[in-house]
Design a binder for this molecule. Structure first.
Ligand code: SR1
Ligand code: MG
Length: 407
């Protein structure tokens, strides 16, 4: 008895997805022999890989459920799947080659059909295996400069930009970030999940610091009110598929208009998690002496190449009259870098203290080492937040990291 995929939404299992593909899509040959596996390991959605055993061709179907996978406590509108499909299409136009292609979006089943990127690997896992990607900094900074500047008031007509702000208003996912990134990590919140060995340190260094709390409040209001650029909104290394010569940015369901530094800060913080992981887990001195400088150099390049490309693209595309005044673009970039430093710090703190962790830290099996690694993230995180007005260059970012490791 056939299921109805056209009138009422329900969350699909693997068998439903095969039936869905056969009935609703025309991506495979008529005689295809389909196999489906749920492969998602994120906090929110279901990700199905569908393969035709005969041709070897495959696609991904991503479906948004009515609650987050990580916990039923997060009720999140399945409309996030529309946001994701629409922004992937837009990012594909603004930064060609850096996002998966979306073949279809279904507003009834709240799912979308996209490229299978199985020839790439999730960047977080690759970095945990100490792999290097020399083209990553160049790729990610092209993506960041283009998506962040070309969606801003500097380049877009202001009415069109305001329509985009409406199109990508994303209140429920923004609320998750407002709570999990900007609020809960900075007090002893019940929903936090702090490793036993780290808890007292978190209390002493983070929760008892009123000055830090005030700064995070200011930053939270920036996040809620600064509709500067159309953000990816969750650009950690688990949202990046990578191989030697290709970088694909996935999972932009947190997209909305916010401070441009939010995306860049997430990239930098997650490179720092990989660094701290490597610092505590690489055994051989030689590998360590090679891999840590590689990550430092990548952080420097992300900051420096972003700044260079952003200014160059500004010269080529700025349309707002006042944006061409002398020194304006330097002032604007300066504020993005300040936000980048702040968000680097927020992400470093929230992945240690809050509910959503990163494998870079949780996979450090020795409890003493894990605590030491987490303390480094908290010290660095706090410094990035408090000293954000004086952190501008790639070297400034690496200095904070090195100083925190050596404390
Ligand atoms: C309830 S969702 C928890 C986290 O997972 C997502 O990837 C975001 O990072 C969010 O903060
Ligand atoms: Mg995600």
């Amino acid at each position: 008895h056939l299921k109805d995929f056209t009138s009422a939404y329900f969350t699909m299992n693997e068998a439903d997805v095969v039936e869905y593909v056969q009935n609703r899509l025309s991506v495979f040959n008529d005689d295809a022999d389909l196999e489906c596996r749920e492969i998602g390991d994120g906090n929110l959605n279901y990700v199905f890989k569908v393969v035709d055993r005969k041709s070897g061709e495959s696609i991904i179907i991503k479906q948004a459920g009515p609650v987050a996978r990580i916990s039923d406590a997060f009720k999140v509108s399945p409309d996030r799947n529309r946001i994701e499909s629409e922004i992937l299409e837009l990012q594909g136009e603004l930064a060609p080659g850096f996002v998966p292609k979306v073949y279809a979006y279904d507003p009834v089943m709240n799912c979308c059909v996209m490229d299978d990127l199985s020839d790439h690997e999730i960047m977080r896992s690759a970095l945990l295996n100490y792999k290097k990607f020399p083209l990553f900094a160049d790729h990610i900074t092209t993506f960041l400069a283009r998506t962040l500047l070309l969606t801003s008031d500097v380049v877009m007509g202001h009415k069109e930009k305001k329509e985009r702000v409406q199109q990508f208003t994303n209140p429920e996912l923004c609320e998750i970030t407002e709570d999990l990134v900007y609020t809960e990590p900075f007090y002893d919140c019940e929903q936090n999940d702090v490793f036993e060995g780290t808890k007292e340190f978190a209390r002493e260094v983070i929760w008892n610091d009123e000055k830090l709390k005030l700064e995070t409040a200011k930053l939270k209001f920036d996040f809620m009110t600064k509709a500067q650029s159309l953000l990816h909104g969750d650009l950690h290394t688990g949202s990046i598929f990578i191989k030697e010569d290709s970088t694909k940015i996935i999972d932009p369901e947190f997209a909305f208009y916010g401070p441009a530094g939010y995306d860049i800060g997430n990239v930098v913080a997650n490179l720092i998690f990989a660094y701290v992981h490597a610092h505590y887990t690489i055994e051989e001195t030689e590998a360590r002496a090679d891999y840590l400088p590689y990550l430092e150099e990548t952080i420097v390049q992300v900051v420096e190449l972003f700044s260079e490309k952003f200014l160059q693209l500004w010269n080529e595309t700025a349309a707002e009259q006042t944006a061409t005044l002398p020194k304006f673009k330097e002032w604007y970039l300066d504020s993005i870098l300040e936000d980048t430093a702040a968000v680097t710090g927020l992400e470093l703190c929230r992945r240690v203290i809050g509910i959503a962790h990163v494998k870079d830290l949780t996979s450090i099996s020795d409890a003493k080492d894990r605590t030491a690694a987490e303390k480094i993230c908290l010290i660095a995180g706090k410094t990035f937040i408090l000293d954000r007005t004086s952190i501008r260059t790639g070297d400034d970012f690496v200095k904070v990291l090195r100083h925190s490791v050596n404390q």
